[in-house]
Ligand binder design. Structure first.
Ligand code: ADP
Length: 169
């Protein structure tokens, strides 16, 4: 077995690395929650080695959904999309790790599940674009904005996981 130094077991690191660590906003939409896919989806991010730093279940208001999707307000599906996002519980999360924004999008797969590769979340678990079960920030700026929209700073937890001590050898 791999021996871990005792000090590495649970390093509480309240400020040091948080500033430079990459974070992304991931949400399981109401269809994913209703279909019982929370554990399946969380598990894929967790097993990859990303670190969960915030999580909550909320029913967003229509107004909140419109703020989240403001970039899409000219699209014909905007109203239906915001109605749907606010129709039931959403699992909102922040995941942290090296390359988590881009790789999170890879884990999720293409927007249209018909075009998502098998092995991706949408490829394996969804069929139609209007019910594609998951959202993930598409870049560093949107990640920052979306984390700020969905979470208060004190809801984000800074800690060092054992996995980090293995990855950053
Ligand atoms: P992504 O979620 O992959 O970042 P977009 O930001 O382009 O994709 O779109 C946001 C969401 O809007 C999609 O996840 C999907 O639920 C919905 N959507 C996108 N395109 C369509 C469409 N043509 N018809 C219906 N809904 C759509």
């Amino acid at each position: 077995a791999l021996a871990l130094p005792t000090a590495a077991i649970m390093l509480q690191d309240q400020e040091a690395h948080a500033a430079e660590m990459e974070r992304t906003f991931i949400a399981i939409k109401p269809d994913g929650v209703q279909r019982g896919l929370i554990s399946e989806i969380v598990s894929r991010f967790e097993r990859k080695g990303f670190k969960l730093v915030a999580i909550k279940i909320v029913i967003p208001s229509k107004d909140f959904a419109e703020r989240h999707y403001h970039d899409l307000k000219e699209r014909p599906f905007f109203n239906g999309l915001c109605d749907f996002l606010s129709s039931g519980p959403v699992l909102a999360m922040v995941w942290e790790g090296e390359g988590v924004i881009k790789y999170g999008r890879k884990l999720i797969g293409a927007t249209d599940p018909q075009k998502s590769e098998p092995g991706t979340i949408r490829g394996d678990l969804a069929v139609v674009v209007g019910r594609n079960i998951i959202h993930g920030s598409d870049g560093p700026e949107t990640a920052k904005d979306e984390i700020n929209l969905w979470f208060k700073p004190e809801e984000l937890v800074n800690y060092t996981s054992n996995a980090e001590n293995i990855f950053h050898f």
